[in-house]
Design a protein around this ligand. Structure first.
Ligand code: 13P
Ligand code: ZN
Length: 275
């Protein structure tokens, strides 16, 4: 079959374009990584070229040793990913110790994986452990409502989660664990990678203050849907607040109503964020 025809490639390319059209990927903003299945590897491996040089990760991920990841290119434009996927995307493999990676396909023309690769790998390792291997996609996007809201709300997970849950009834269904919030940090650095990895124990979506969102999902639809839900809720909250002269929205979903929604869907909301 080959990489260009494989399902995983089609899904990731589609995600790049969808995110761009929603305004989440100005220039090279945002990045995606996908932990490939055996089925994906079988579909793609005829195109693999091994023997490239190994690059050490900041922190090893032993549980992910030997696994393959499809990643977006550093500096690549999501808007154009569909035009030349072999240049916009790459497939890397980790060594058996999970401490180094090498390129086996793509990033043609001398590209490098996203500058957030260490953060993605740490996040994959954490969610692999927490979600028993069920989550395969890590998605980072520069969503405008989320970034705007981060100039108004304190960088506090409880404050954010309550704001997002209270203005859109089904927010709590999409993210019953709530959202984590990381205060401003240098993008792509070891600090944001470690703080995000630690938060991913209890949530799947993290707000990077004045930057964007970083989320984990089972597949592209799941990760994209989660980011979309957080972004929509942030938009409702912002619009309502602006329409109310900058004050908090008045008629919102109460804690009791949030509990009723969770009971209806068989979900356990994060009690730390309910009164
Ligand atoms: P990359 O182009 O290296 O993926 O960086 C984009 C970005 O959004 C960094 O946070
Ligand atoms: Zn970014």
């Amino acid at each position: 079959m080959g990489v260009l025809e494989a399902d995983c490639t089609r899904h990731i390319v589609r995600m790049c374009g969808d995110g761009f059209r929603l305004g989440w990927h100005e220039s090279n903003g945002g990045n995606i990584s996908y932990r490939m299945t055996e089925h994906d590897i079988a579909a793609c491996e005829e195109d693999f070229v091994s023997g490239g040089s190994w690059h050490e990760l900041d922190e090893a991920a032993p549980a992910l040793g030997g696994m393959h990841f499809m990643v977006t290119r550093s500096g690549g434009h999501m808007r154009s990913a569909h035009i030349d996927p072999a240049s916009s995307l790459g497939i890397i493999e980790l060594d058996e110790a999970g401490s180094s990676w090498r390129l086996v396909w793509g990033l043609e023309g001398g590209g490098k994986p996203t500058s957030e690769l260490p953060t993605h790998i740490m996040a994959h390792a954490r969610r692999f452990e927490v979600a028993n291997g069920d989550e395969r996609v890590i998605y980072h996007a520069h969503c405008p409502n989320i970034v705007t809201l981060s100039t108004l709300l304190a960088p506090n997970s409880r404050v954010w989660t309550r704001a997002l849950w209270s203005c859109m009834t089904e927010s709590v269904v999409f993210f019953p664990q709530g959202v984590g919030v990381v205060p401003w940090m240098v993008p792509g650095g070891p600090e944001i990678a470690r703080v995000s990895r630690d938060m991913l124990v209890w949530c799947r979506a993290i707000i990077w203050t004045q930057h964007g969102i970083f989320a984990s999902g089972q597949n592209c639809d799941d990760a994209f849907g989660l980011v979309h839900a957080v972004e929509k809720a942030a938009g409702y909250y912002l619009t309502a607040r602006a329409a109310n002269g900058g004050k908090d929205p008045i008629y919102t979903v109460s804690d009791e109503q949030l509990r009723q929604v969770c009971a209806r869907y068989g979900l356990a909301p994060n009690e730390e964020f309910l009164d």
